[in-house]
Design a protein around this ligand. Structure first.
Ligand SMILES: Nc1ncnc2c1ncn2[C@@H]1O[C@H](COP(=O)(O)OP(=O)(O)O)[C@@H](O)[C@H]1O
Ligand SMILES: [Mg+2]
Length: 276
């Protein structure tokens, strides 16, 4: 049985069909790289797996550990072990980051953490992630730089310990040292048994985290897959060869406003509910 099994998934956003029949299976312990040109539906796929209500599933199925998750809310999906580190994490002024972390962590636990346990856990995690602990007192991503947001997404993963983590361009906006810190954390979680679906445009991250398999999304479908050599090829040659060899024309990104894929994704919603 796969950990994640997606069959014939069609997803629309604002009535426009973005995913046009995605099939993808991820086995326990696998790390799958999701590649593809911009605007072809990669973030849409991750947001749909996580259950972002902005994306309407029109057809197909998403099973996680043998359970159909399509009817589950984002926070239920988070509780059964799914996690999404967003491409563009949202900023919410007035929601304290540590309060957010506390409600997200507690919502995964039967018995709530004591203040002492909580502080001890997050202090260690901040230190390992190289994030100044004072940032825990700031508003949720409020005024954080791109890199700081990304480090904090990984901090969330570290604290929530998901069994399946999706990382959407986690390395964009990070300098080389920060990529090393983030990659080290990803490898650590993987050794602990977490499975991954990872979007990146850079071979550098993939060189550090060693995906077991790569899949390529074009025009809202997975069109080909392979081993790590596929990542190398795309890094060197781009996507031109897909047209030549597979006869698939790669539609150029349509210039539409986007980046609001993040709203309501991840454990954010639930944590916010908890603080209100
Ligand atoms: N919230 C949204 N509202 C409207 N259109 C969206 C939204 N999110 C994504 N899209 C559109 O869906 C398409 C695929 O986007 P996306 O999944 O972000 O691609 P990728 O991650 O591969 O770059 C794009 O045309 C984008 O403009
Ligand atoms: Mg994207």
């Amino acid at each position: 049985m796969g950990l994640l099994e997606i069959k014939g998934l069609k997803v629309a956003v604002q009535e426009k069909e973005i995913l046009k029949g995605v099939d993808l299976k991820i086995a326990p312990g696998e790390m799958v790289a999701l590649l593809g040109p911009n605007g072809h539906g990669k973030s849409t796929l991750l947001a749909s797996i996580m259950g972002n209500p902005a994306f309407q599933v029109k057809e197909g199925s998403i099973d996680y550990n043998g359970e159909n998750v399509l009817s589950l809310s984002v926070d239920k999906r988070s509780k059964i072990g799914m996690f999404l580190a967003m491409q563009n994490p949202i900023e919410i002024a007035g929601v304290n980051y540590s309060d957010f972390l506390k409600s997200a962590m507690n919502s995964h636990l039967e018995k709530k953490l004591s203040l002492f346990q909580f502080i001890r856990q997050i202090e260690g995690a901040y230190k390992e992630m190289g994030i100044p602990f004072e940032m825990a007192q700031r508003g949720l991503n409020e005024g954080f730089s791109g890199g700081e947001k990304k480090r904090n997404e990984i901090l969330q993963m570290k604290l929530l310990k998901p069994s399946f983590a999706m990382l959407d361009e986690i390395d964009s906006g990070l300098d080389v040292d920060a990529i090393d810190v983030v990659a080290k954390e990803i490898c650590k979680e993987r050794e602990a048994g977490t499975s991954f679906l990872v979007i990146s445009h850079y071979a550098r991250l993939y060189d550090l985290i060693h995906p077991s398999r790569a899949v390529v999304m074009i025009n809202g479908r997975i069109v080909t897959e392979g081993g790590p050599e596929l990542i190398k090829r795309i890094d060197h040659e781009g996507y031109e060869w897909i047209h030549r060899e597979l006869g698939i024309s790669v539609e150029k990104e349509i210039d539409t406003p986007m980046s609001n894929t993040s709203i309501g994704v991840c454990a954010t919603k639930e944590a916010l509910d908890g603080t209100h």
